[in-house]
Design a protein around this ligand. Structure first.
Ligand code: FAD
Length: 460
């Protein structure tokens, strides 16, 4: 860009800015390096300046300066996304939201926070009212609630309470436009879903109201099994059980456990894992169900027992933290995101396993989406080439397991934004197209149209 960044930074005063190149480079990255394909494409993309507004008024000032300079803008919370969502592919301004971090109001069944609030802090604030977030990602210690709504999809709690996109989970969003004088808009219910998972390209989220649920005392459990399909079948039985509440159900291939040294001595070696969180009062029912299914409860700990034993949370072995355990030891590993037949079918999993090579190690998450119990596979894949990855994808798909590609930097690539509606909203909220525009495969084609025309094109 031909912007005079020193003058730009001066115009942002009194908003905090970061101008040191090393720090700008750090804030230009997220966890895209989980993918060797994204790593090659994104590792040389850097922003020019970071602004760190501490209030909605400061944010509005930053946006109006960016608008005046036609500066590309990328929003950034914790920077824990996996697809380069917050990487500034066009350079320009990075807006770091982490100084807008207040929990604003807590009600019965909801919490409203500034976009940059960390989810772990929201959970702490909720505890006093006997509540907790309906779901949170395993990155809750560094990830922001705005980043979760704009870039995430589900998490710990989703087997009980659904995905973010399920009705009632995102109650309301405060969203700012990018204009000469940025406007505050409020979107509720179905409207908020157009901003959800749009990677911050169609509005700047200022505050988030999410559903909360009554708090339980949770115990973290790991049970072990001889067969993977037996582990999966038991996960399904717990998901369907009416007398065991649960907020996490994860199955992990035995081969992955060798990359979890912290569990050594706490679990039986060379077994497949069922990782779960259940309320203390359901411990006996859980144990009985596991044993009926031929499994063994190796670990069952309250938070204080776990801390005493020096163990991490059990959710450190779930969602993309499972992948991280392997990546810590060996960066040639990667992963994929794969849907499974609904209803979940242990026999289908059993039949698929031998068709995948030794370079694919399964890991399933159980969730409730649209009212159905569903599972998705986040396998460890030992990466050899893009061709082999495509072959693995094709094996999954040929067997009825849809792939939601984790190796793409565009928002339409993962499957959640099937038409142009998010781009029509972009046109309304960001008429110059400054927000993270490079992340849409189609924006450049439709940017000259008005919002209604874009929407009509999407329907066609
Ligand atoms: P960022 O990475 O900073 O941003 C994500 C996207 O949101 C970017 O496109 C950014 O531009 C946009 N954005 C940020 N703030 C705003 C704003 N105020 N307004 C508009 N747009 C904004 N995800 C899950 O859904 N569930 C999981 O269980 C999960 N587990 C993970 C485990 C690991 C180990 C890792 C590395 C990632 C995981 N993720 C998971 C992905 C990610 O951690 C979460 O989605 C997280 O909530 C993102 O929050 P963040 O603050 O880091 O967002």
């Amino acid at each position: 860009t031909d912007i005079d960044w020193a003058a730009f930074a001066a115009a942002l005063a009194p908003v905090e800015t970061i101008t040191e190149p090393v720090l700008i480079k750090k804030r230009s990255r997220d966890f895209f390096w989980y993918s060797p394909i994204l790593n090659a494409e994104l590792k040389r993309c850097f922003g020019d300046l970071v602004a760190r507004p501490a209030s909605a008024d400061e944010l509005a000032h930053v946006l109006s300066v960016a608008y005046a300079h036609n500066a590309p803008i990328v929003l950034r919370g914790g920077g824990t996304g996996n697809y380069g969502q917050s990487v500034p592919m066009d350079g320009g301004l990075i807006i770091d939201t982490t100084a807008m971090n207040k929990v604003l109001e807590i009600g019965e069944g909801w919490v409203r926070s500034e976009a940059g609030a960390l989810m772990a802090d929201i959970n702490v604030a909720l505890a006093a009212s006997g509540q907790e977030m309906a779901m949170f990602p395993s990155t809750q210690d560094i990830a922001t609630v705005g980043g979760f709504v704009a870039g995430g999809s589900a998490g710990i709690g989703s087997i009980a309470n659904g995905a973010l996109r399920d009705p009632g989970n995102i109650i309301s969003l405060g969203v700012m436009t990018v204009e000469d004088r940025p406007q505050n808009r409020r979107f509720d219910g179905a409207d908020a879903l157009h901003i959800h998972h749009a990677w911050g390209l169609n509005g700047v989220i200022t505050d988030v109201t999410l559903r909360t649920v009554p708090r339980h005392d949770w115990v973290g459990c790991i049970a072990t099994f001889d067969s993977y399909e037996g582990t999966y079948a038991t996960g399904l039985a717990i998901a369907q059980s009416t007398d065991i509440a649960r907020k996490l159900l994860t199955t992990v291939d035995a081969r992955i456990c060798a990359y979890c040294p912290k569990l050594e001595g706490h679990i039986r070696p060379d077994k497949h894992l069922l990782v779960s969180m259940i309320p203390t009062e359901d411990r006996d029912a859980f144990r009985t169900l596991i044993e009926t299914h031929g499994g063994h409860v190796d670990l069952m700990m309250t938070d204080s027992e776990r801390e005493g034993a020096g163990l991490p949370h059990v959710y450190d072995f779930s969602y993309n933290h499972t992948t991280l355990q392997v990546l810590k030891a060996d960066r040639t590993a990667t992963y994929q995101q794969v849907g499974c037949p609904i209803p979940p079918d242990p026999q289908a999993i059993k039949a698929l396993r031998p068709k995948l090579g030794d370079d694919v190690w399964m890991h399933h998450e159980f969730a409730r989406v649209g009212g159905d119990i569903v599972t998705f596979d986040l396998p460890i894949i030992w990466f050899s080439s893009a061709e082999r990855l495509a072959e693995i994808n094709a094996i999954y798909e040929a067997n009825g397991f849809p792939v939601y590609d984790a190796h793409t930097w565009n928002v339409e690539g993962g499957g959640l934004k099937p038409d142009y509606t998010h781009l029509a909203w972009k046109k309304r909220m960001d008429p110059k197209g400054l927000l993270n525009a490079a992340k849409s495969r189609f924006w450049a084609d439709v940017a000259h149209l008005d919002a209604d025309e874009i929407e009509a094109l999407g329907r066609a």
